[in-house]
Design a protein around this ligand. Sequence first.
Ligand SMILES: [Cu+2]
Length: 338
Amino acid sequence: MKALFFILIFVVIATAIWQFFKLLGLFKKDQVASEKENNINGWLMIGLGGFIYGLMLYSMVQGKIVLLPMQSASLEGEHIDNLFVITMGLIFFVQFITQFLIYYFTFKYRGIKGRKATFYADSHKLEMWWTITPTVVLSVLIIYGLWTWNMVQDLSTAENPLFIEVYAKQFQWEARYAGEDNQLGIGNVRFIKGINTMGVDMTDLNSADDIPVRELYLPKGRKVIFRFRSQDVLHSAYMPHFRAQINCVPGMITTFGFTPSVTTLEMRDNEDTMAKFDAINELRAERGDEAVEFDYLLLCNKICGSSHYNMQMKITVVEEEDFNNWLKDKKTLAQVLK
Ligand SMILES: [Cu+2]
């Protein structure tokens, strides 16, 4: 397969070089393309247009199973989905028309004997419209995007939010809950020592009751405010089902918040999710891998080194009561580090 790929690339490059020298020859001999050549090129453009549209439809059908579940698992994610659908819908609409015009006009105005190009200097009216229309449309999109982002990132108005710190390192995630006081103690890479792997400052009074964990449980319906740190290089905390992503930057704290709205069990009952998961499990079966069950995931979305692909943490969304039960027998940092 690889060899075939290299041969194909070689053939394409060789053809390009051959065509280039042929073009140089045309200049010398002052040649003009024949009627037949013009027609071939015109029809080839129509063929290319058909191929592009075909490819587009094929990708839409084939790519369906790798898309996320349609239902956002967080309240804020619904706004991000709206933004995404509107933006993509608009792009789709515009490209559909533009593509058609590009291929059709190249065909329609191909070289024909006796036909001359019209000299058309400029039209202020036309230029005004094709400047104003995209400006207005793009401004509306940008303002809508900023409004959505500001609303999603407005973490100050949340009532009784849950605070969680997520710590990124090559190549795993660690996390801690803020504990009883709901305040996270200070963390800094300089405090990393022995099993204090998140570098929590234990002289900070807020640190003692923090609860270190290796997987995340989130309560449905309560705002969760994450703060992210990184130990070594740039990572990106990506929780696709909640439509959340933000960089984890060494020496810096970034934040993101969302309200989980669908429990893991509810998502497993969702038909759309299951249809996608069945398709994925079929592919896994073909490769001899065992079937997996749907789970929310925290993934790294910045290529951060050789095991980047495997940097993930399971997230389980449960009802508030189950969440409290899960958290209550976890050891605090003071108990772990004692
Ligand atoms: Cu990473």
